[in-house]
Design a binder for this molecule. Sequence first.
Ligand code: SF4
Ligand code: SF4
Length: 425
Amino acid sequence: MSDSYRSMWADLGLDLEAHDVLLGVLGDAYGKIFLSQANRPEGMGYFDFVMSEVHGLRIKELLDEKKAGRKIIGSFCVFVPEEIALAANATLVGLCSGADFALEEVEKLLPRNTCALIKSAFGFKIGKVCPYLESADLIVGENTCDGKKKAYESLGHLVDNLYVMDLPQSKSENGRALLKAEYLRFKETVENLTGCLITPESLKQGIATVNAKRAAIHRLSALRKADPAPISGLDALLANQVFFYDNPARFTASVNTICDELEKRIDTKTGVFPSKHPRIIISGCPQAVPNWKLPMLIETAGAVIVGEESCVGERGTRNLTRDSGKTIDEMLEAIVDRYFQVDCAIFTPNRDRLEHIQEMVENYQADGVIHYGLQFCQPYLMEAIPVEKALEEKGIPCLRIETDYSMEDIGQLKTRVEAFIEQLS
Ligand code: SF4
Ligand code: SF4
């Protein structure tokens, strides 16, 4: 990394020594997990570049945007509508929470039995190692699971720009009305932040930009139906992770470029693994950067992941926003309709998710499902049991995994994953 990046990080208030450690671990893991894969599509070179510059060039771009008058909004959840942020001249970035950091300090603020994702968000703040968090003009939390709800009360003491969005817990009429009211409040907040009033034209453009990004990811997902799989699950997950950071238009173009290449691979039956390799759907908690432990174990144990039923994956990107609206209200209604279909486990009841998992198994011709639950994540761990039961009733093998971000259980996980894959083959 160049010296100019170091002074940029110092200006953002990062702890340079701790940040060096984080980048070292990240770079090392990336090399071992991603660059060592065989038969990767050439188009993954773009994503390798993005990851090598994830704290460098992309942060510089965001800071340049800020200098030019845009605002940066950081978010932890796929319920925060990027369309509205873009329409008001703001850029939305995901705040990754995929690695443990400063755990000892974090556990002075949060109980030990808090999920790793929440602890990670705190660790990145306390450890001063996340340039996205430090660049953000507004950090959006959301009242989803109990862990997050209460954790944001504490996070509010660590940052001075936290905004909390209330979210419904059931798919009722009242629930939808709450989501609409909250999106209206978010719209006003972003407009106040940027000083730009959203117009029908700017909202239409925001919807078009995000729809294009999601459509590109849908195209990528559809190509994963092929046998042999033209792209590894790890690489497809990476594209889904970069979805949250990259410039939207450039991301869309890069995903479409890789899709062009994958179409050619499918025509020539070129795969990353041989044909008839066991095919897996991962379902459950979001896998934020750099949480690659489970996919790495699955794909080095003789299977290929063909879909992620996850917020970093199909749950987060499913459905485009209707783009026929003319007025701001019509477009907001369309945005609410689109997001209200997200089947996060915080909703009760949450039958759609069960159906979606089964649909994904069918669509991607998967041989089995690995349910990934983070330790202490009540919503997903609780849902894992009915998910497993429903799948087994349909004769679809399911393995329930409960883990965290540490490497302590890797041996045990490896044994369980290998045994499951052997059963599939
Ligand atoms: S799992 Fe639920 S709370 Fe987490 S990012 Fe997805 S929608 Fe938001
Ligand atoms: S839904 Fe689960 S994984 Fe997500 S923040 Fe809450 S407890 Fe953690």
